[in-house]
Ligand binder design. Structure first.
Ligand code: IPE
Ligand code: MG
Length: 223
């Protein structure tokens, strides 16, 4: 969900105005993904690198996550959306952790769209955590090194149980991964739009989906 800051600055407003506008866009997107019967939607909200931003911006964002999880409760219930979070818990303020845990618990039985918020997420941190957990098991003798396969690694990532993404949508025109789902995106189709996140609409979502439908996916094979 990139481009909040640029969108606001282009309008002579501060970055937090962009973040607030960006949060408003989540509702129609989640609703449409749910209506379309999609299995999973993962939104990159805050990276492990975003802590380098000013204290003011970081605290605006943290407040926004808490407010969002409160104000959008009905959305998750009306649409049978199961809420999930990926990322490190360490470093997140207790009120954010409480809001995340509560939403996760309260929607655990929903079996529609799984909406995952990547918050304090970094793919390298995730892989590091997975390697540590696997190494612990091998050191304890619970797992032989030769038994480690791709499934072992996938099941130790924060995304265990989620399908690999089919489509990555990146807003605000940036052509990079920014430490996002490095393992999981191996065969995802990329769609980059110059539209900044606060002006992303259901129509833009459909543009991305029709581009995706036009792709030939070979997964390394031959069609
Ligand atoms: C995305 O918008 C929101 C977060 C990363 C929290 P940015 O804040 O990165 O906006 P730009 O890239 O500065 O325009
Ligand atoms: Mg950015």
């Amino acid at each position: 969900m990139d481009g909040n800051g640029r969108w606001a600055q282009a309008r002579g407003r501060d970055r937090s105005y962009g973040h607030k506008a960006g949060a408003e866009v989540v509702r129609p997107v989640v609703t449409e993904c749910s209506n379309l019967g999609l299995e999973a939607l993962t939104l990159y909200a805050f990276s492990t690198e975003n802590w380098t931003r000013s204290n003011e911006e970081v605290s605006t964002l943290m407040d926004l996550y808490v407010m969002y999880l409160e104000s959008e409760r009905q959305l998750f219930f009306d649409n049978n959306v199961r809420f999930n979070q990926i990322g490190r818990r360490d470093g997140l303020p207790p009120e954010v952790l409480d809001a995340l845990d509560r939403m996760k618990e309260d929607t655990a039985k929903h079996d529609g769209l799984t909406m995952t918020l990547a918050l304090n997420y970094g793919s390298r941190a995730e892989i590091t955590d997975a390697v540590r957990a696997i190494a612990r098991k091998t050191a304890e003798g619970a797992l032989a090194p030769g038994q480690i396969d791709e499934q072992t690694i996938a099941s130790h990532l924060y995304t265990a149980g989620l399908p690999d993404p089919d489509l990555l949508i990146r807003t605000a025109g940036e052509m990079r991964l920014s430490n996002y789902l490095l393992w999981q995106l191996s065969y995802a189709e990329f769609y980059v739009t110059d539209v900044c996140w606060p002006e992303f609409t259901v129509e833009e979502l459909h543009k991305a989906l029709s581009a995706f439908k036009g792709r030939t996916r070979r997964f390394g094979g031959v069609v």
